[in-house]
Design a protein around this ligand. Structure first.
Ligand code: 3PG
Length: 205
């Protein structure tokens, strides 16, 4: 299931919403540009309600929760209608709670040992975070030989210009990034700009 998650789109847009009323138009703007998936971070108060709104009103977009850092957050996101979960890191209790939701999820890893722990728990798809600061394509590419079963969604510091080098790696399914949904575009309701950014990202594969 989460293997399918990494194959849905070349880019998973990572969004920080400041107001719930941004949620539905932003999801529609992404879909209009050809991106059918969105990760709403739980970093702001509006995060859970934004997930609820998209799940109810924009069924053509797969909506997930990001910045899931505690077992309680995993449960709340699932109850709000999230269809997948993403965490910046993974502890045994967080992995168990995300697994208990029955949803596909991407636990965050940045080192070989962290990736091994996720593989050991029975999961082969994971986030590589923070991608650029952790060594970028050079580091991630060098994991291919030692961790042939791991498949990554690198996120953190990636943009349109650097995404292709990640997508060319054999152990990368898609990349994540916030560049498709700039906070000022969300605040001003510049949905055309988001559609244009989504179209550029959709053309990456
Ligand atoms: C995340 O939550 O995955 C990152 O904050 C997204 O990273 P970016 O803002 O550098 O794209």
């Amino acid at each position: 299931m989460s293997r399918d998650l990494l194959s849905l789109s070349p880019v998973i847009p990572v969004v920080v919403v400041d107001a719930v009323d941004q949620a539905v138009p932003l999801a529609r703007a992404l879909a209009a540009g050809g991106i059918g998936i969105v990760e709403l971070t739980l970093r702001t108060e509006a995060g859970l309600d934004a997930i609820r709104a998209i799940a109810a009103e924009v069924p053509e977009v797969v909506v997930g929760a990001g910045t899931v850092t505690t077992p309680a957050r995993a449960r709340q996101a699932a109850q709000a209608g999230a269809q997948f979960l993403v965490s910046p890191g993974a502890t045994p209790s967080l992995l168990a709670a995300m697994g208990d939701t029955g949803l596909p999820f991407l636990p965050g890893t940045a080192t070989v040992s962290e990736a091994l722990a996720v593989l050991e728990a029975g999961y082969s798809e994971m986030k590589f975070f923070p991608a650029e600061a952790s060594g970028g394509t050079g580091y991630l590419g060098s994991l291919t030989t030692v961790l042939p079963d791991a498949r990554f969604c690198p996120t953190g510091g990636i943009g349109l210009g650097t995404a292709p080098a990640y997508l060319a790696l054999p152990n990368v399914g898609c990349v994540g990034g916030s560049w498709l949904t700039p906070r000022d575009a969300l605040a001003s309701g510049d949905w055309d700009r988001i559609t244009a950014l989504a179209a550029e990202a959709a053309a990456l594969r």
